[in-house]
Design a protein. Structure first.
Length: 458
């Protein structure tokens, strides 16, 4: 609540969309043209009274502010401009802030082009669908308010029926959509964890799936039939140029909806605050796995009811990242190759244990990280399957109330960490023979059909 809201780019876009001069809009809002000019140049924050006036006069939706900051804001733009290609320009934070304020459209165009080309790299323009899809997600800071609201309403309807949430979802699929849920033995579904048989009107689930993954599959199927229009509108609005990127974004949004049904926003946020964001307890309360809860913690950015700002990585033993979400955290931990000093790498030797660590990134700030191994959906005890670690990060100044931080001195120096060797991602290094996301996706395809933007259990 103490953070000042600068939204000059959004106000300027609104004014130009209505073909108004600054003097005309200022007169309509009851403020001076000079004050409006300062707001548009991000030299004055936008007030609550002005937000109300813009909403009443022009139908302005304040929820769009989270998605409208050019290039995701100053910090993401700084990370893009940290590429060696721009090293000689010596741009500082003030230069970038002035650029975003004076030419937001140009800054957004640069960000999209940079992300589309895979972040540059020796001038080689290699389009990466994963980078493009992730850029679309980060423009919304991984919070999609309309999907969240619809999922929350659906969860409330399911709750009214009483009893087990999974049973309520199965009943809704059967009664409203004529899809029965059937649990099948592994001999019948040796190559699938779940599938929809429209001929038999069945959602078929493998007995290998744990209860949380079964619930997720049912919630995701409900999203396919009840939130299809909203998902398609978001995909079209992203303006992606690659069909694969569209598929990944679409899959992420359906997973987002499913997680929001299992962990409806208001109830989940209250539980987070009451438990100190105790991930294990939250998983028990909402019938979700560690990775489900970790995903959900990166999405709590509703206007007027924000949670803490978490970022998330999922990586394998070689440090290949298959999921990365900055959300509203603007954390440097999600960019580049993970530093081997991160506790996430220790977690592989301590399966099932949550590793808590304070780190000091080279870019500045102090972060608390929580890391734990996760097993792909459908894995059975004793099987040799690809395993990953999910790591959450949060700024130390926000972490004092966390259950995981009890007994820690958050003011003490943390472990110094930095990005892994950037050069080895640009040369034919044996450890980097394929792009990290491509390698991770191939692993995921063997382990149940996941993509870099699919939720656990998908």
């Amino acid at each position: 609540m103490d953070t000042k809201l600068f939204a000059g780019h959004a106000v300027r876009r609104l004014r130009r969309g209505h073909a108004l001069t600054q003097a005309a809009m200022a007169a309509a809002l009851g403020i001076s043209p000079s004050y409006l000019n300062l707001i548009e140049r991000n030299q004055r924050p936008i007030t609550a009274a002005l937000l109300v006036a813009l909403s009443e006069r022009y139908g302005f939706d304040a929820r769009t502010l989270a998605a409208s900051e050019p290039g995701g804001g100053i910090d993401p733009m700084r990370r893009r401009l940290a590429d060696p290609l721009f090293a000689d320009l010596a741009l500082d934070r003030g230069d970038i802030a002035e650029w975003l304020a004076s030419a937001p459209g140009g800054a957004e165009a640069f960000a999209r082009a940079f992300d589309r080309l895979g972040g540059g790299g020796a001038g080689v323009a290699v389009a990466d669908p994963a980078v493009e899809a992730r850029a679309a997600i980060e423009r919304w800071r991984n919070h999609f308010p309309d999907l969240d609201a619809q999922a929350e309403a659906l969860a409330d309807e399911l709750r009214q029926s009483g009893g087990d949430p999974a049973a309520a979802m199965a009943d809704r699929l059967r009664v409203r959509h004529h899809l029965s849920v059937r649990l099948l033995p592994v001999e019948t579904m040796p190559d699938h964890l779940h599938r929809t048989d429209l001929h038999a009107r069945q959602l078929q689930l493998s007995e290998r799936l744990d209860p949380a993954s079964r619930s997720f599959a049912m919630a995701r199927t409900l999203g396919h039939v009840e939130a299809r229009a909203e998902v398609e509108a978001l995909v079209r609005g992203a303006g992606l140029t690659d069909r694969t990127a569209e598929q990944w974004l679409r899959r992420h949004l359906h997973g987002y909806f499913a997680a929001a049904v299992m962990m409806p926003y208001a109830r989940f946020l209250r539980a987070c605050e009451a438990t100190g964001y105790d991930i294990a307890l939250l998983g028990r309360r909402f019938g979700a796995g560690f990775e489900h809860v970790a995903h959900r913690l990166t999405t709590l950015h509703r206007v007027g009811a924000r949670g803490l700002s978490f970022c998330m990585l999922r990586l394998d033993r070689a440090g290949q990242v298959s999921k990365r979400f900055a959300g509203a955290s603007q954390s440097p931990l999600v960019e580049g190759t993970p530093c081997p000093l991160l506790g996430a790498f220790d977690a592989f030797a301590r399966g099932g244990e949550t590793i808590v660590q304070c780190v000091d990134p080279e870019e500045g700030g102090r972060w608390l990280t929580l890391a734990r191994t996760v097993t792909p959906p459908g894995a059975l005890a004793g099987e040799v399957r690809a395993r990953f670690v999910v790591m959450l990060g949060i700024a130390a100044e926000q972490a004092s109330g966390l259950a995981a931080a009890r007994g820690l001195d958050l003011a003490a120096p943390g472990v110094p960490v930095g990005p892994g060797c950037r050069a080895c991602t640009r040369i034919a290094c044996p450890q980097r023979s394929a792009p990290p996301l491509a390698r991770a996706m191939r692993i995921d395809e063997r382990e149940g059909g996941l993509t870099p933007f699919a939720f656990a259990g998908d």
